[in-house]
Design a protein around this ligand. Structure first.
Ligand SMILES: Cc1cc2nc3c(=O)[nH]c(=O)nc-3n(C[C@H](O)[C@H](O)[C@H](O)COP(=O)(O)OP(=O)(O)OC[C@H]3O[C@@H](n4cnc5c(N)ncnc54)[C@H](O)[C@@H]3O)c2cc1C
Length: 489
């Protein structure tokens, strides 16, 4: 009998498991993929390691929230956190070469860089950054010492989108486009993403932007070791198909696809929240809640281009690159308000390769919906080739440093994402948060069933970890958990 079974061994599920285990609970984590942290491990190709689901994050500098999480989980001393380039952690370029903006770490420098590019917009830029930080600095569990530790902020229905906010802020359309570029980090277009939600994802990067040496692979390795030390059972290649209920309608176990039953008192579902519909008897969900889960929209999908270069791309050393396409003829492929592309070094050690994320419509690939990776028809590969050529031309034109430098590349389409990340519609970050939506809560009406994961708080390693502390706070007692967290540096 387990005290808790955690469904899903992503960063959120692993964090849930370690927090519960640190309070003496007997825990099992069940993961349907062959390995824990599948999204974060990356892969090796042509002698280059490509990080996939983790490149950089805010909040990891000494004394900041994510660093405190690492200490609490007992993995801080195994992780080497490296600051990104302080004077340019993100670079923004436009395809007409008019903007080449280096965004530095730190609120004042960040504002100054934007004002240098948009001199008439000082007031707008200053307010934007202040508003982002107001949200980011008060995120529950990340900041221990503000009154806003009250997790009820996760329950607020937001009605102001980023686009509405920017429309009120400035009439400068180019500035609005530039300030919307980071939407790629949560996968919701500016017209639909709540401003405060956007701020919670983007704001922390202004305070600090860091990588972990060894990327997501190093993070998962540290967590796996810790799970082992804490006696947590990790069951991979096992899918939870049903939550089992006692006669009193409270959780008393989970059923796995191979027929095994794991008895437990608590289930933390750290997978896509939609899986609750499949795992519970229909009558256990109120119709309105079922409708809410069924109506969840997915975040944007994307084409990911993995490329090896002939030599190091200096531009990507300690910096990411956002390219704003101001003259793309291929608008129909990309769902964002801006046609954009995000580039990041293949990994934190070498810059002789990169990954580019280009938001793309899953629908463009639905003709091959029923096929699986490696077994798709010729027409799919022809389309993939077309898209690859299109992207290469676009990138080499927009970023002169890449011209004639790419010697090998491979495209992952929305279908690849679907099959490798098990996400419906190839969504980059699972279910999306939209204006006017009632946010999902960690607590459910089923006694013993809790939700966690990126859909509950925000995409990103930080958001997924905050969601885990939030769900464990509900299970263990928030004051008790925060009391222990405060002891960590
Ligand atoms: C291309 C890309 C780049 C990214 N870059 C960054 C970055 O630079 N910085 C950053 O902070 N974040 C980044 N992210 C986002 C970040 O990786 C995610 O937000 C985070 O890893 C999500 O963690 P999670 O635990 O909530 O979800 P997941 O990692 O999706 O975990 C859920 C797990 O549940 C499993 N599962 C589902 N159903 C079942 C079931 N029935 N039974 C058992 N297991 C089940 C799934 O297989 C999955 O492993 C990136 C994401 C992508 C896709």
């Amino acid at each position: 009998m387990y005290d808790a079974v955690v469904v899903g061994a992503g960063i959120s599920g692993l964090t849930n498991a370690l927090v519960l285990a640190s309070f003496g609970k007997r825990v099992a984590v069940v993961e349907r993929a062959p390995q824990a942290g599948a999204l974060l491990r990356g892969f090796d190709r042509w002698g280059v390691h490509f990080d996939t689901g983790f490149h950089y994050a805010g909040g990891m500098a000494a004394g900041e929230g994510v660093q405190r999480f690492f200490s609490f989980l007992g993995i801080a001393d195994q992780l080497n956190i490296i600051p990104m380039r302080q004077n340019c952690f993100d670079r923004i370029m436009t395809t007409d070469y008019r903007i080449n903006l280096e965004l530095p770490v730190g609120a004042e420098s960040f504002v100054a860089a934007l004002v240098a590019e948009f001199p008439a917009e000082r007031e707008a830029v200053t307010r934007f950054v202040a508003d982002l930080l107001q949200v980011a600095d008060n995120l529950p569990y990340l900041n221990m010492y503000t009154q806003a530790i009250d997790a009820s902020v996760f329950a607020v229905v937001e009605d102001v989108s980023l686009a509405d906010y920017l429309f009120q802020l400035t009439s400068n359309q180019r500035l609005r486009q530039v300030l919307s570029l980071h939407c790629v980090l949560h996968g919701v277009p500016a017209a639909r993403v709540p401003f405060r939600f956007h701020a919670s994802v983007i704001g922390p990067y202004i305070r600090s932007a860091s990588i972990i040496e060894g990327g997501g692979q190093a993070l998962i390795a540290a967590m796996e070791k810790r799970l082992h030390d804490c006696g947590v059972d990790l069951l991979c290649s096992q899918q939870v198909i049903r939550f089992h209920l006692s006669a009193a309608d409270r959780i008393d176990g989970v059923e796995l696809a191979d027929g095994q039953m794991l008895e437990c008192k608590v289930v933390v579902c750290a997978a896509h929240p939609g899986c609750v519909i499949d795992c519970l008897p229909t009558l256990m969900l109120r119709p309105v809640y079922r409708k809410r889960l069924q109506g969840l929209h997915e975040t944007s999908s994307a084409c990911l281009l993995f490329a090896r270069c002939r030599r190091d791309v200096e531009l990507l050393s300690g910096s990411n690159l956002y390219v704003l396409d101001v003259d793309s003829p291929h608008k129909q492929r990309f769902p964002f308000d801006n046609n954009m592309c995000y580039l990041t070094a293949a990994n934190g050690r070498n810059n002789n390769g990169f990954m580019a994320i280009v938001p793309a419509y899953y629908d463009n690939f639905t003709p091959w919906n029923d096929s699986l990776t490696g077994l798709r028809p010729a027409a799919y590969y022809a389309e993939k080739q077309n898209v690859t050529q299109l992207l290469l031309q676009r990138l080499e034109k927009a970023v002169p440093q890449l011209d004639n430098q790419i010697d090998r590349c491979e495209l992952a389409t929305p279908l690849t994402l679907r099959d490798y990340m098990y996400s419906s519609d190839g969504a980059l970050y699972g279910a999306q948060r939209q204006v006017d939506d009632y946010p999902l809560q960690a607590t459910t009406r089923v006694e013993g069933l809790y939700l966690s994961g990126q859909a509950l708080v925000a995409p990103g390693v930080m958001g997924a970890m905050v969601s885990a502390f939030n769900s464990c706070g509900v299970i263990l007692g928030r004051d008790r958990l925060i009391g222990e967290l405060k002891k960590c540096n």
